[in-house]
Design a protein around this ligand. Structure first.
Ligand SMILES: Nc1ncnc2c1ncn2[C@@H]1O[C@H](COP(=O)(O)OP(=O)(O)O)[C@@H](O)[C@H]1O
Ligand SMILES: [Mg+2]
Length: 227
């Protein structure tokens, strides 16, 4: 019971597939604890994004069990899905910012959803934009920013509501060293100072990060931890 309490992700013999009898991942068993910093690597097409999708309940378990933030994802209800997503911050490789909204409004979105007042949303959004060195561009629209700036805004949005768990899919995939450094620094800061659990897919584990981390590799439909 206690072990389960401090676990943020529990997967037991989890199998994932888009079509029945065509498994992408099979027999995944892992236990991610509060404040873990997890890197997942693997070849293109191996199932890394598929695994992350299952964690934010965009793809439900085909077999086995999956529990994220204390919520069982097998047969999850729509209301529990909303509840789960309030605990999560997700960073996508293609940013997924809302192009018709300013950067500031994009970062405020999860705070609005969490029910904070407009003043709190605004001050928290500004705090996060300052962290990602974008406060001077708060009133710009996503397409007026470079790729690196858009991704930094997306990371600010993912962290704005102080989620329990951050899921990041190649967050620095195509970025320059400066933006990559800002993003890894922010994820490290959330992990160390706020105790946020981080699960991130990356093609290269940043050598300068100096964070204690766990490394999983997805290969041949399975996931193994490198110890
Ligand atoms: N929506 C989908 N429908 C069917 N197959 C998919 C879908 N998304 C991904 N796949 C397949 O699942 C496999 C794993 O994809 P993905 O998880 O995106 O790999 P990675 O992120 O490791 O590059 C690939 O063979 C891919 O073609
Ligand atoms: Mg992917």
């Amino acid at each position: 019971m206690n072990e389960e309490k401090s676990s943020v992700i529990v997967a037991e013999n989890l199998s994932l597939s888009y079509k029945k009898n065509e498994p992408i991942l099979q027999n995944i068993t892992l236990n991610v604890k509060t404040k873990d910093f997890i890197f997942i690597t693997g070849k293109s097409g191996s199932g890394k994004s598929t695994f992350l999708k299952s964690l934010y309940a965009a793809l439900l378990p085909r077999e086995g069990r999956l529990n994220v933030c204390g919520i069982e994802l097998n047969n999850i209800s729509a209301s529990n899905k909303n509840f789960l997503r309030k605990h999560l911050g997700v960073v996508f490789q293609d940013y997924k910012l809302i192009d018709s909204w300013t950067i500031e409004k994009n970062v405020m979105l999860p705070l609005f959803i969490a029910g904070f007042s407009k003043d709190v949303c605004l001050s928290q959004a500004h705090k996060l934009l300052k962290h990602v060195k974008l406060l001077h561009k708060a009133d710009k629209y996503p397409l007026e920013l470079s790729g690196g700036e858009q991704q930094r805004a997306a990371v600010a949005r993912a962290l704005a509501h102080n989620p329990v768990l951050i899921l990041a899919d190649e967050p620095t995939g195509n970025l320059d060293d400066y933006s990559s450094g800002v993003i890894w620094g922010l994820l490290k800061g959330a992990n160390e100072q706020l105790g946020t659990t981080i699960v991130t897919v990356t093609h290269r584990i940043p050598s300068l990060l100096r964070v204690g981390y766990r490394h999983f590799i997805i290969e041949n439909g399975g996931m193994d931890e490198i110890c």
